[in-house]
Write a protein of this length. Structure first.
Ligand code: SF4
Length: 325
């Protein structure tokens, strides 16, 4: 049976960092080399460092071609996913295919864990913009915040970030996701800043928790505190975090999607993954629609057993299950 190629492409969706971003979802939900405490997609269900063709390259490219032909004019085509996109062994071929069909710049959002590998470097050197992450200043904090797969070493990750950035002719915007009580402590942030100096990205982008995290102990850092921490980092530094969920001026969800989501949530609280499966869209797109409904005040998030459920505010939906939904 052939998969629907459109399932791998979503948007364009508004992105604080990338403007109008046409997303490409390269791996199944929570296929990742990390299990970050702050992940908005929930706990990692498939922890791995194995590179595979998780989505058929041909289907990804035909889905993109159809979306671009329908008149979409995004600022970026963003290779991301419901996990770590460099785990897709065909990402280099996909970037080449996009370049052959469109002049829209290609951005890759990656946790950076595989950037030390020559094959991953070769693949990503073809992109226009790479947005990797570095959330810790030493191995112990790395294990606490990013909870990596056993095969990932912190020293290798930092070496890979530095080596890739040296070779890449495009821009590297390094995201540093700071957590209250942990990495937002000035002595921890200084350790990260020292590594950033060595990596020398084009820009540093400081972020923090804005959506319900995989682990409810992951704490948001206030905007003023983030702005203060920015002075510890070298070079051009942006504070890119959005307002916390429920306060963000997100764009309105399209009426048909809004009705579908509200009908689902009227029956029972759902995770973003449930909504994505119900609508047949990637989780990142479902999250954007849920954000809009939370901003309107008609949907509320609630974390139960480490999973974030969305429920209709004032609705009749049952309580979230206390274990696996
Ligand atoms: S935040 Fe990104 S890197 Fe971390 S677990 Fe989620 S998908 Fe993986």
């Amino acid at each position: 049976m052939t998969a629907n190629p459109a399932r791998y492409v979503y948007g364009p969706v508004p992105s604080r960092r990338l403007g109008r971003s046409l997303g490409v979802d390269l791996v199944p939900l929570k296929t990742c080399s990390y299990d970050c405490v702050y992940c908005q997609l929930g706990p990692t269900s498939n922890p791995t460092t194995e590179r595979r063709e998780y989505a058929p390259v041909r289907d990804v490219l035909s889905g993109l071609h159809a979306t671009l032909a329908s008149g979409s004019a995004p600022d970026y085509i963003s290779l991301a996913g419901s996990g770590e996109p460099t785990l897709h062994s065909g990402i280099g071929e996909i970037i080449r295919g996009i370049k052959a069909m469109s002049a829209v710049p290609v951005a890759v959002l990656t946790n950076g864990s595989l950037l030390w590998r020559e094959d991953v470097q070769r693949d990503l050197l073809q992109a226009d913009l790479v947005l990797p992450s570095l959330d810790a200043g030493d191995e112990a904090m790395f294990r606490r915040v990013n909870r990596p797969h056993g095969g990932v070493s912190f020293a290798q990750v930092v070496d890979g970030l530095a080596s890739f950035t040296r070779q890449f002719s495009g821009d590297v915007w390094l995201e540093v996701f700071l957590l209250g009580g942990l990495t937002a402590e000035p002595h921890e942030a200084r350790k990260i800043a020292a590594l950033v100096r060595r990596i020398a990205p084009t820009r540093v982008q400081l972020n923090t928790v804005t959506r319900p995290p995989a682990d409810p102990s992951a704490r948001r850092v206030g905007l003023k505190a983030l702005e203060g921490l920015a002075s510890l980092f070298p070079g051009d530094v942006d504070v890119v975090c959005e307002a916390p969920w429920g306060h963000a001026p997100a764009g309105a969800a399209p009426a048909a999607i809004r009705d579908d989501i509200m009908a689902m949530l009227a029956r029972r609280p759902c995770t973003a993954a449930d909504v994505a499966n119900g609508l047949g869209v990637p989780p990142n797109e479902a999250i954007k629609h849920l954000d809009a409904l939370v901003s309107e005040g008609v949907v509320g998030p609630r974390v139960v057993d480490g999973r974030c459920y969305y429920a209709a505010v004032g609705g009749q939906s049952a309580a979230p299950p206390s274990t696996e939904a």
